[in-house]
Design a binder for this molecule. Structure first.
Ligand code: NAP
Length: 312
């Protein structure tokens, strides 16, 4: 995919800070579509930097984040949410005038508060979040089609330069994503509903099963073809990433968890009272929501959700 009618990349030099699932998928996608002139990568460990080079989703790596961003037109912060502020402080003096900085963090308000104060005037900060991922992490987990037909939300400040926002949008659309803009606080609430709280529930359910040690070593694993298997897939997600999500999206997650607990008590009572009508009505409503997600193209109706391997 190219910038407008000509065949030039959307950005000349792109620096990926963090070389995990999201950054490696971005690297693969940018290379596949010719969206970047050069991709420079940095991760904290030598092992991840070496893996990125070997796989080839970056053209070169740098030992420090400061070195990686020198001369970059676009800097992507793809580290855990809790590390964003320190990385921003490190790179700030080395950013090129006119460069765009984005992040891909799962929480937006806390990242903006941590990053924005460090960035110098003349650098465009356009926070973003791809609503795409898997339970895998690290440089070997990425693939070029991760963002295809997935939403990628931009949360620019009101005074952000429209050209910088438009250019980033072109990059993400070039990777196959659908791009929308959203106000950061609203983003955090929406994500608490569609992603953060469901992950917490999956972690809890797997934790509960694990407590039942008598069955967990035998039946739970053996018969996990039912709903439990999807919970274990989600609960296998990266512990650092998800720790940071809950520490930084505290208010919205607690709000949604409060509502969740109320609904759970209501269903618990319906079960205790033998109120089949209430259970049936509730499950009919949730089934309709699932149909809506399929109709919106955000999942398929195939009954193997989460089990087939993503295309690379
Ligand atoms: P990941 O696979 O765990 O990779 C994280 C990367 O960040 C690793 O390469 C790690 O280096 C590097 N890193 C951590 N701290 C660093 C530091 N201080 N300086 C430099 N590099 C550092 O993570 P991910 O899944 O790609 O997530 C990255 C970001 O995207 C997170 O903010 C997350 O919230 C967001 N996100 C994730 C998903 C998802 O489903 N996974 C979806 C959307 C958005 P080492 O490899 O050397 O440890």
């Amino acid at each position: 995919m190219t910038d407008g009618e000509d065949s030039r990349p959307v950005f000349g030099r792109v620096a990926l800070i963090g070389l995990g699932l999201i950054a490696s998928s971005m690297g693969h996608a940018m290379k596949a579509q010719g969206l970047a002139g050069e991709i420079v990568g940095h991760a904290q460990s030598e092992a991840s930097r070496a893996a990125a080079l070997e796989i080839g989703f970056v053209d070169r790596v740098a030992a420090t984040a400061a070195e990686a961003v020198a001369g970059a037109d676009l800097v992507v912060l793809a580290v855990p949410v809790g590390a964003m502020g320190a990385v921003a402080a490190e790179i700030a003096p080395h950013l090129a005038q006119g460069a765009t900085v984005t992040d891909v963090g799962s929480v937006k308000q806390a990242v903006i508060e941590a990053v924005a104060p460090h960035l110098p005037a003349g650098v465009h900060f356009v926070p973003s979040h791809p609503l795409a991922g898997t339970e895998q992490s690290g440089p070997r987990s990425g693939f070029a089609t991760l963002f295809v037909n997935r939403w990628w939300l931009l949360c620019p400040a009101e005074d952000a330069a429209p050209e910088a926002v438009a250019r980033l949008r072109r990059l993400y659309e070039g990777m196959g994503a659908n791009v929308d803009t959203m106000e950061p606080a609203h983003h955090d609430l929406v994500l608490a509903v569609v992603s953060h709280t469901p992950h917490l529930i999956a972690y809890t359910m797997v934790g509960v099963a694990d407590h039942l040690r008598r069955v967990s070593q035998q039946e739970v694993i053996k018969y996990s073809a039912s709903g439990f298997r999807d919970f274990t897939r989600i609960a296998a997600s990266d512990p650092v990433m998800w720790r940071d999500v809950f520490l930084t999206n505290k208010e919205a997650t607690l709000d949604i968890l409060g509502r969740f607990t109320e609904e759970l008590f209501m269903l618990q009572r319906a079960i205790r009272m033998g109120d089949g009508q209430q259970l049936h009505d509730y499950f009919s409503r949730t089934r309709a929501i699932r149909r809506g997600i399929i109709e919106a193209g955000q999942d398929t109706a195939a009954p193997d959700f989460g089990r087939s391997k993503p295309a690379t």
